[in-house]
Design a protein around this ligand. Structure first.
Ligand code: ATP
Length: 226
């Protein structure tokens, strides 16, 4: 297999010097969608933040696009990483068009991913639906053609049909060669899109493997959620 586009090695991270996750080994290769699963508070968001450079590490290291020292968040984004956070980063007072112009990619590329945004271009982002806001956030990121794409809780508060659309767009990005890491509480939806998954429990990596294998061990996965 080729070198991973994103790799965490023995990574520990947390808040105020206290580890919320420890000894995390994780890798995502170009062309694959990998899901990070686990119950509430297991450390999924913390793991993603540490991988993205939003918070510092307490131990171990993160390798990104071959770099041993990928630097802070803005540098990683400049280097080709895309990050979709829970807060979506949509500017509510700006129109959809203005939001798309703030992105690093061409507007046409953004609209190609979600053509439904076209008729909303002159509407303020605060007035479109939550699903459209999430499409807007993702469209802006996808237009920049990230080679590593990290998405946290994409489905939060959205209807299953919209979530399917968003996950399909991530799958398409992986087919185009991106390494995609998604955090998802809706395990079933995540496993439909991902080829491999990691399951966190209480800040530790409890289980990992190809989705087909994890499905076969569904009892073990279910137990981790209890
Ligand atoms: P959820 O699905 O509920 O978002 P999660 O698996 O993403 O959960 P994290 O949000 O990473 O889990 O939380 C892991 C641990 O870190 C929890 O014990 C949480 O209370 C703690 N934590 C998260 N954010 C902070 C913060 N900003 N300051 C201090 N502790 C935090």
């Amino acid at each position: 297999m080729t070198e991973a586009a994103l790799q965490a090695i023995g990574m520990s991270a947390g808040y105020h010097g206290v580890a919320a996750v420890s000894d995390i080994d994780l890798e995502v290769h170009a062309g694959e969608v990998v899901a990070l699963l686990g119950p509430n508070g297991a450390g999924k968001t913390t793991t993603i933040r540490a991988c993205a450079g939003q918070i510092g590490l307490l131990g171990g290291h993160v390798r990104l696009n071959g770099s041993e020292r990928p630097g802070p968040l803005f540098k990683r984004i400049r280097g080709g990483m895309g990050l979709l956070t829970e807060s979506r980063c949509v500017f509510m007072g700006l129109t959809v068009r203005e939001n798309l112009r703030l992105g690093r990619g061409p507007m046409d590329d953004a609209l190609a991913h979600f053509p439904e945004l076209e008729r909303r271009l002159d509407v303020r982002a605060g007035l479109i639906s939550g699903g459209e806001q999430q499409m807007l956030a993702l469209a802006r990121i996808l237009a920049a053609r990230p080679n590593v794409l990290i998405a946290d809780e994409l489905s939060l508060g959205l209807a299953p049909l919209i979530v399917r659309r968003l996950l399909d767009a991530l799958t398409a990005a992986a087919v185009d060669g991106a390494a995609v890491l998604i955090v998802e509480q809706q395990t079933r939806l995540a496993l439909e899109s991902a080829q491999r998954a990691y399951v966190l429990r209480r800040g530790k990596m409890a289980l990992s493997g190809p989705v087909a294998e994890l499905r076969a061990q569904s009892a073990a996965v279910a137990e981790l959620y209890l």
